[in-house]
Design a protein around this ligand. Structure first.
Ligand code: IDP
Ligand code: MG
Length: 138
């Protein structure tokens, strides 16, 4: 079993898409191992996205990610990292495949409805960023 971090981003929470996105996660056979809602502080957003701090969109990304509450989940299952990224689709909703979360619900390349870890090392870091071991269901 593999774990990955999923975030339903502020644009999707604002539009009441939490239930629809969790429905897709469950329909795909991924399991919820942890779930919470949180409004990120500036410092938390900057730390979470620190790998992007030199990118031109960093400030705007942190503004957006602190603009409203997010839903944060740990998803578990065989190949969970890749399967969640496939459900989300490409970063840019305009380039994401039809039927993916980002193509269906993303507004633009920044406000793209969801986040998913991209590799085992980043998944471990991102899960630990928001959850303690005692928060995780097997
Ligand atoms: P990912 O979320 O598909 O892994 P990353 O390249 O890791 O994509 O970028 C992290 C987040 O930064 C994206 O999900 C999106 O919200 C934002 N982002 C990425 N590229 C751009 C861009 O070119 N302009 C504005 N925002 C961007
Ligand atoms: Mg990424």
């Amino acid at each position: 079993m593999e774990r990955t971090l999923a975030i339903i981003k502020p644009d999707a929470v604002e539009r009441n898409l939490v239930g629809e996105i969790i429905k897709r996660i469950e329909a795909a056979g991924l399991r919820l191992c942890a779930l919470r809602i949180k409004h990120l502080t500036r410092r938390e957003a900057e730390r979470f996205y620190e790998v992007h701090q030199e990118r031109p969109f960093f400030k705007s990304l942190c503004d957006y990610m602190t603009s409203g509450p997010i839903v944060i989940a740990v998803l578990g299952g065989d190949n969970a990292i890749k399967r969640w990224r496939e459900l989300m689709g490409a970063t840019d909703p305009a380039k994401a495949a039809p039927g993916t979360i980002r193509n269906d619900f993303g507004l633009d390349v920044e406000k793209n409805a969801s986040h998913g870890s991209d590799a085992p090392e980043t998944a471990a870091r991102e899960v630990a960023f928001f959850f303690s071991a005692v928060d995780l269901v097997d």
